[in-house]
Ligand binder design. Structure first.
Ligand SMILES: Cc1cc2nc3c(=O)[nH]c(=O)nc-3n(C[C@H](O)[C@H](O)[C@H](O)COP(=O)(O)OP(=O)(O)OC[C@H]3O[C@@H](n4cnc5c(N)ncnc54)[C@H](O)[C@@H]3O)c2cc1C
Length: 379
């Protein structure tokens, strides 16, 4: 038996939408999976941050992905399941652009269907992590990977044994990046010493574009801005402003604060991250980022009232700078050691790409099912 869950045959590292799409597809097909996630909750960059004000009022912010597409048929089928389960819904925002010197331009209505998680973006990952056959080990960082006697041995912080598995799925490029060492007291990135040099080299080559999110709450709705989502162009700090409270399933009681999420542009984030701390950012430093971004928003909405709440979040590995999958490939796969590397760095920085990459990894593992069955006999 493995430590990840009873008889889990596959270990997935990362409970973002990629890892959980992979895990739930495997579990649905009868392959039990243990999913390890270093954070307290599932979601990764598709998370929702909760905040309670001193008044007891609850705020909720989708501080990563804002909405997602479902163009691919396999993704459409999954999204329909999530809609039926009440954890996703289509969103029809009033969209516009703002550009220095040009001001606001409303976007023409289009036929694109945009989806969001309900009541927050993380609801989808929470739903997937509670599927039968998926054992989610939250708050458990994987710090070591070893291939021994035909199985993967996983270790956690302080050398804790996390079980052995017939196959492995790695969903975060940080497992091959110096950023892992910066965040884990100098430990080498786990994929580096896992005996899969080609796969390691391809994932290690992915650099990231950082991003900041500013979560804002206002006592009154920002009626001065007749948009729910604004693409901001040629601005010194911002690239996006979204009215979270306009999404379906959000708190809409009279008098409830209105929640907004702003995203910084890549140039601003890169500069600030380069001059900032490599490890956990201090509240003071994040406060400076919040001030910059708020000042930027005030340029766009000069009559904006003071927010009730403002807090910045750093997405150090915000977006992969490249997509590394070869044509016809949606994940990386080493057949000899039954290890897949998947995530949005394979096909592009979008939720839909991450789902497709996770499903591709699950398919690679289905193809080795016979080996998994044999392996199970030796558990
Ligand atoms: C600011 C921002 C805005 C975005 N907006 C949109 C949008 O509007 N629409 C859209 O489609 N996409 C958007 N994206 C992109 C989208 O969020 C990602 O493409 C998608 O969520 C990636 O999912 P993933 O599972 O591949 O990676 P992640 O969500 O990053 O999941 C990887 C997980 O692995 C975990 N992990 C890492 N190392 C370890 C370890 N050692 N042990 C255990 N766990 C570990 C991490 O904590 C994380 O939870 C946005 C991204 C950002 C940052």
């Amino acid at each position: 038996m493995s430590a990840g869950g009873e008889h889990a045959q596959v270990a997935v590292i990362g409970a973002g939408v990629c890892g959980l799409s992979c895990a739930s597809a495997l579990a649905k097909a009868g392959v039990p999976v243990a999913v390890f996630e270093q954070a307290r909750g599932p979601g990764g960059r598709m998370s929702t941050r909760r905040q309670t004000l001193e008044t007891g009022e609850q705020l909720r912010f989708d501080h990563g992905a804002q909405y997602f597409s479902a163009k691919d048929l396999a993704v459409q089928a999954l999204v329909q399941e999530w809609v039926a389960a009440g954890v996703a819904a289509p969103w029809t925002p009033r969209l516009g652009t703002w550009e220095a010197g040009k001001g606001f331009v409303p976007e023409e209505a289009d036929s694109k269907v945009r989806y969001v998680g309900v009541p927050g973006m993380n609801a989808i990952c929470q739903h997937l992590s509670s599927q039968p056959g998926v054992s989610a080990r939250l708050g458990t960082a994987v710090t070591g990977l070893e291939w021994r006697d035909g199985r993967w041995l996983l270790t956690g912080k302080d050398g804790a044994a996390l079980g052995t598995y017939a196959a492995l799925v790695v969903t975060d490029k940080n497992l091959a990046s110096p950023r892992f060492s910066a965040l884990n007291a100098g430990l080498p990135p786990p994929l580096e010493s896992a005996g899969v040099p080609e796969l390691f080299a391809r994932v290690a080559a992915v650099s990231s574009i950082p991003s900041f999110a500013l979560m804002l709450a206002f006592k009154q709705p920002l009626t001065q801005l007749p948009f729910d989502g604004l693409d901001v162009r040629n601005h010194k700090t911002l690239v996006w402003a979204g009215r979270d409270s306009a999404k379906p399933g959000r708190l809409k009681e009279p008098g409830a604060p209105e929640c907004w999420v702003l995203h910084s542009n890549g140039d601003y984030a890169k500069r600030r991250v380069e001059e900032g701390p490599a490890g956990k950012p201090s509240a003071e430093w994040l406060g400076e980022i919040a001030e910059d971004m708020l000042a930027g928003f005030r340029e766009i909405v000069p009559e904006m009232p003071e927010p009730l709440f403002a807090r910045a979040h750093r997405w150090g590995g915000g977006f992969p700078a490249v997509a590394i999958a070869n044509p016809g490939e949606a994940c990386l796969w080493d057949e000899s050691k039954r290890v897949a590397a998947c995530g949005d760095y394979c096909l592009g920085p979008r939720v839909e790409s991450a789902i497709l990459s996770g499903l591709a990894a699950a398919n690679k593992i289905f193809a080795t099912r016979e080996l998994l069955t044999l392996s199970k006999a030796h558990l």
